[in-house]
Design a binder for this molecule. Structure first.
Ligand code: ZN
Length: 152
């Protein structure tokens, strides 16, 4: 377990599309554990593999039941709209209101390769969409409909 360096906006890797995970091995488990440690050390709600420089389709997210691993996540359902504040560990000092689905269902594999379906709303739905965007090389700043000054 280790805390990894988080890439910041301006690093080209953050704009690349991540590749599907096809090996569910000890190396993947170590990556996911490091990502969870790094997210917690930085008080983040979610962290994608590309943010620590690994172009794999995986992210971790904080939930009421602890950290969950989301490998090869697919957005399979979306409903409604929410417009709320958002930020990103890779984009320090920038905040804004984004438009995201109010409710989503995401299908994803765990670190062993087993598929699960997660339903999320509110903050967690925003987090899932934000992290899936990272896997496609999209930063939340592209989704901002209204900026929020840092002081507010
Ligand atoms: Zn982010």
């Amino acid at each position: 377990m280790a805390i990894r360096n988080i890439l910041k906006k301006g690093d080209d890797l953050l704009l690349k599309k991540s590749r599907e995970v096809d090996r569910f091995d000890a190396r993947l488990a170590m990556l996911l554990d490091d990502m969870a440690d790094t997210m917690r050390a930085e008080n983040g709600a979610g962290l994608a593999a590309v943010q620590v420089g690994v172009l794999k389709r995986a992210f971790v997210a904080e939930t009421e039941n602890g950290v969950i691993d989301m490998v090869n996540p697919l957005l399979i359902y979306r409903e409604g709209v929410q417009e709320e504040g958002e930020g990103c560990l890779s984009v320090p000092g920038e905040y804004g209101i984004t438009s995201r689905p109010a409710v989503v269902k995401v299908k994803a594999q765990d670190r062993k390769g087993k598929w699960h379906i997660y339903k999320a709303e509110g903050l967690r739905a925003r987090c899932f969409c934000h992290e899936i965007d990272h896997l496609d090389g999209i930063l939340f700043t592209e989704r901002i409909i209204r900026r929020i000054p840092e002081e507010e």
